[in-house]
Design a binder for this molecule. Structure first.
Ligand code: SIN
Length: 537
């Protein structure tokens, strides 16, 4: 039975929040004084993309001029596609949201009482607050979880997967939840918020944790909601590149504190790519590393390195304790060694199309944070704007859920005990997923073209058919639901990437290498029936 007394009693809550990252928790806190809130999360509340964010939270705390500069940097990084009103809301409402978070207990790094700030790519000045050196997301998550847990209006259903939304007449009225014992139960809600984060697991190489399988985005699409800008995936330039090691994130703050990028010949190659060198926008740096890492023969790879050996006047182990500890496991030290890096999927700029109040195209369904697409990041997110996005748009979505005051609609009761998969079925599912992830990396990664994207669609269709077959054979499990979500998200990325015959931000087409404002200064929208169109916002 799903661990929640409200659900057990009534099968109904006022507000259901899918995801316990920064956006979901910030929304839950806003909602809690006005009704029963259930926060549903697939693992423990500590396991979210938010938790793994290292570098920091970008925020302009020094008044109007500072806010205006933050807006300018956000717009410039977004490569012509940032939706202005969304970015204005982000930078203007960011400072009070961060101040409030500090009042709730979040501790950022200080020196002599003064907040420390670092710089990252495409920022015109140091404005990024950080916590415990390189564990900013973990600190924000800790503070928000503690604050939310102290609120009696908020209940958590941990280790619980949302497997579908209850929809009737275009209104979302609740969700189906699957607990870790295999019981599926339908819970009604006046409003449902998708704050379930991104989908890095759609690629074989990702900085994201295993929970990032795009569930919210996929379920929204399945229910008929519009998606937007799905072709824009941000590849973080510097993930650890060691055989057999996970693609551990090596924060952009390393470059903010002076790290250079070097190729196999020891050359500081960013000089050939962008005037801002290592602090160029992320998409530019990631593509430069990819090009430098290509050998002359197909499939040949050359190493690319982060180099901090020249950095003086800073104890790097103290400034980056988490990163240093992980590197030490592989015998590497920031002060002494060249660190091998390569790009990895990091953040989805697209998602469930949402207005500035998180409203999606379906009544009763809202979205915030990485799962949403308000257009705030355009084609390429500015570094460290994502935690701020979660705070600002999490609060905004909650305010819309309250303002819309949708009535309670009774949902049909559903409670089913699911059969777990046999070991061989689980193994088969993992194989299908690996095939999908590798296909997405090869065909819809940093460098794309028509033929690769079409190849990706064929692979995706084959994987999706196999996953659907497994669903027909019996019960849904968490992993099967995730596989289904990843297939749906992959298809949306491939479709939108095929339709955008230009290059912009995180989307680079080798066959259409130029930005084409005349045709494509527009957002891609995938309708409920799967059609891709382009719209000016
Ligand atoms: C990083 O620390 O480089 C990640 C921050 C972000 O995703 O903006």
């Amino acid at each position: 039975m799903i661990a929640s007394k409200v659900m057990a009693q009534a099968g109904q809550v006022d507000f259901l929040v899918m995801g316990a990252g920064v956006a979901g928790l910030r929304a839950a806190v806003e909602l809690a004084d006005h009704g029963e809130v259930l926060v549903v999360t697939k693992e423990s509340v500590a396991e979210s993309n938010t938790h793994y964010a290292q570098g920091g939270i970008a925020v302009a705390m020094e008044g109007r001029q500072d806010v205006a500069l933050h807006l300018e940097d956000t717009i410039n990084a977004g490569d012509g596609l940032v939706y202005g009103p969304a970015a204005e809301a982000l930078v203007a409402e960011g400072p009070p949201r961060v101040a409030e978070l500090m009042e709730w207990g979040a501790q950022f790094d200080r020196e002599g009482g003064r907040l420390l700030r670092t710089r990252e790519g495409a920022h015109s000045l140091p404005r990024i607050l950080h916590a415990n050196g390189d564990a900013t997301g973990a600190e924000i998550s800790r503070a928000l979880v503690a604050f939310a847990r102290a609120h009696k209006g908020i209940q958590f259903a941990e280790w619980t997967t949302v497997t579908g939304f209850a929809v009737a007449d275009g209104r979302v009225m609740g969700a189906d939840l699957l607990d870790r014992d295999g019981t599926q139960q339908r819970i009604g809600a006046r409003a449902v918020l998708i704050a379930a984060g991104g989908a890095g697991q759609v690629y074989s190489d990702t900085t994201n944790p295993t929970v990032a399988t795009g569930d919210g985005i996929a379920l929204a699409a399945q229910a008929g909601a519009e998606l937007a800008d799905m072709e824009f995936y941000q590849f973080h330039p510097t993930a650890l590149s060691l055989p057999g090691a996970p693609r551990f994130l090596l924060s952009e703050a390393l470059r903010g504190e002076g790290a250079f990028l070097r190729n196999e010949a020891g050359e500081r190659f960013m000089e050939r790519y962008h005037a801002l060198l290592e602090l160029a926008p992320r998409d530019v740096v990631a593509r430069a590393i990819t090009r430098e890492g290509m050998g002359t023969r197909p499939g040949e790879a050359r190493p690319v390195f982060l180099d901090m050996r020249h950095v003086r006047g800073m104890d790097l182990r103290q400034r980056f304790p988490g990163i240093s500890a992980v590197l030490a496991r592989y015998g590497l030290d920031l002060q002494r060694d060249l660190i091998p890096v390569r790009p990895a999927a990091h953040y989805l700029m697209g998602g469930v199309r949402s207005d500035l109040g998180g409203r999606t195209s379906l009544r009763g369904l809202y979205a915030a944070g990485e799962a949403a697409c308000t257009g705030v990041h355009g084609a390429n997110r500015l570094a460290s704007n994502s935690l701020l996005e979660g705070l600002v748009f999490g609060a905004r979505a909650a305010q819309s859920m309250l303002a819309d005051a949708l009535p309670v609609v009774a949902v049909d009761a559903l409670q089913v005990a699911m059969e777990p998969f046999a070991a061989d079925e689980q193994a088969r599912l993992e194989q299908i997923l690996e095939r999908l992830q590798h296909a997405m990396w090869s065909y819809a990664g940093l460098l794309r073209e028509d033929s690769t994207l079409r190849g990706g669609l064929c692979e995706q269709a084959a994987c999706a058919a196999e996953v659907a077959g497994m669903r027909r054979q019996g019960s849904v499990t968490r992993r099967l639901a995730e596989a289904d979500a990843l297939c749906r998200v992959a298809r949306a990325i491939l479709q939108a990437a095929l339709a955008r015959t230009e290059s912009r931000g995180g989307h680079f087409r080798m066959d259409w290498p130029d930005r084409d404002d005349a045709r494509f200064r527009k957002h891609s929208v995938i309708s409920g029936d799967g059609l891709v169109t382009f719209e000016e916002w």
